[in-house]
Design a protein around this ligand. Sequence first.
Ligand SMILES: C[S@@+](CC[C@H](N)C(=O)[O-])C[C@H]1O[C@@H](n2cnc3c(N)ncnc32)[C@H](O)[C@@H]1O
Length: 168
Amino acid sequence: MTVVLWVIFGILFVSFLLIVFRGAPYVPTRARDLDDLFSLYKFKKRDVLVDLGSGDGRVLVAAARRGIRSVGYELNPFLVISSWLQLRKYRTVATVRFADFWTTPLPKETAVVFVFLAGPFMKRLDTKLSREAQRLGHDIVLISYGVKMPGHAPEKTKGGFLVYRFEA
Ligand SMILES: C[S@@+](CC[C@H](N)C(=O)[O-])C[C@H]1O[C@@H](n2cnc3c(N)ncnc32)[C@H](O)[C@@H]1O
């Protein structure tokens, strides 16, 4: 019994605390800010929104409710399961994957990447998005919640959101 409890504790520890070394710990975007997020980009039918570190899936659910296609990558298995359950009725437009976003290529139709990341990871994200825009052959719009992208001027801002463009 003790071993089982230690295993459970270990999984929780890695999922919720050690994750700070891969991106950011779980802190959800405030529900009341989601309208601002979706006012910042006019999605076309084929566009996909990608949430890098999708947490409890609230951004994916909010996108699905607006008819916007989305994919979330999340490393915390508890949050993946919780999001998967919430997304059951939106299967045709929204998906969550148990994956490390640093090592996962963006889908071909990615138009917008959303992040709520810790500041020290923004430089690495800059490199990833610059490469991905080249690989995909089209611009990628980044919407960051509360964290500036060093060396880039935002195209616009609203509430806590900053919008950047990575050109192909
Ligand atoms: C600040 S929370 C944001 C959650 C969600 N995007 C939101 O705005 O409500 C960051 C999330 O990223 C996840 N995460 C951190 N690093 C990751 C990585 N390398 N790959 C996938 N998920 C990661 C964490 O587990 C956490 O749920």
